[in-house]
Ligand binder design. Sequence first.
Ligand code: NDP
Ligand code: 2IT
Length: 448
Amino acid sequence: MSSQKGYIRKVIEIVKKRNPGELEFHQAVGEVLESLECVIVRHPEFADAALLERLVEPERQIVFRVPWQDDKGKVQVNRGFRVQFNSSIGPYKGGIRFHPSVYIGIIKFLGFEQILKNSLTGLMLGGGKGGADFDPKGKSDSEIMRFCQSFMNELYRHIGADTDVPAGDIGVGGREVGYMFGQWKKITKLFNGILTGKGFDFGGSLARPEATGYGTVYFCEEMLKSNNSSFAGKTVVISGSGNVAIYAHEKATQLGAKVVAMSDSQGYIYDSHGVNFETIKRLKEVERKRISEYVKEQTSAKYVEGSTEIWNIECDIALPCATQNELDENAAKTLVKNRCIAVAEGANMPSTPGAVNVFLKNKIFFGPGKAANAGGVATSGLEMAQDSQREQWTFDEVDNKLHTIMVNIHKSAKEAAEEYGTPGNLVNGANIAGFMKVARAMMAQGVV
Ligand code: NDP
Ligand code: 2IT
């Protein structure tokens, strides 16, 4: 066992040395590799083939200038990224994030997670991620359009329906995907499935906007079911109020739960009557306002400045759906103290390693992001299938497939956790189940 530990430690050291300062990337790699020790014991051939060293090194990293003009005519310059991480089981696939905090370490953590997440979906999807340190807040629609066009002016050279298919993530939704698709078509003359999350009128899939949030709740429902529980009558806290959070709210409510709190980066709202779905959806999706506006319309609610305190609210189920490292060890201890029974991550890596340990130690049903939020990319895979066939499926058809995929992901993670001696630990289970398919494909394809 100790030589396997040594191998894992060596690879983690290589990652730290070769990627200095990329803390989120180190964190994501560390968490995955720790789970893989028992796999390397059974498969020493992976170490002989330097499989982990290859897995942690992106196949390609593209960094580019994104110049654009603001409404005052001033030229602004941002930095764009696309990391094409692993194509062993399909074309690179993963979202694009526009947020001022974006730098290569964030794009690499997300791209690395995406490899295993996409593998878990059971579809032919490799791992990639992109983005820019652009802040969409306060920008006009024309500024957003010009930025998206400039971003695509470089990105188009690197992507393709069978090469690399981006989608949305934080700060990138239907509007941005539409502008990027328009520019792609203008440059290349091609009308094809180059991006997912498109509008339904031009090749998008029904249920893609809902998919990540719905999928997170479907995954959580499976965790609850296998412990003879359900969403019915439960109190739920959801962080964030963006794409993932909104549709997690909708599905949890449909399943009989009450969502009492949601947040944005400035603060959170608490509504003991249940956060009104129509109000929050209109405020955030259509009017793009701050969550503080909610209390002006729903007087039963209160607004609290600062978003991290949201985890102090008593709940049965917590769904972190905002951003990385938003739920720390203390927050996890508070949730446990308040008798929370399940946590499913709609966001990517929202729980710090300390928080994850608290959940696992206290036997909370914990669904890690790469499993629980895989419904978004899975439905992107379904959008790619529809685009290739020049077909569009009904909402129910897509939603049923999404549900089946989430049930299967839960099953694979649960079974892998059992097979490798850590029953109930879906962190290990998801990492191992996602890794095995990629590892087999990499072994079969030789040293490339
Ligand atoms: P959105 O941009 O639609 O919403 C993001 C939400 O999170 C907003 O409420 C935002 O608040 C909040 N937020 C963002 N950054 C921070 C921060 N630094 N601190 C506190 N709150 C923050 O993004 P999505 O809903 O699409 O993405 C949410 C998470 O889900 C991300 O981790 C993303 O990677 C993950 N994810 C998304 C998928 C998708 O299909 N969209 C698929 C799988 C995972 P504010 O408006 O104030 O910034
Ligand atoms: O993190 C994610 O899985 C996403 N942002 C969705 C990626 C996609 O290609 O749909």
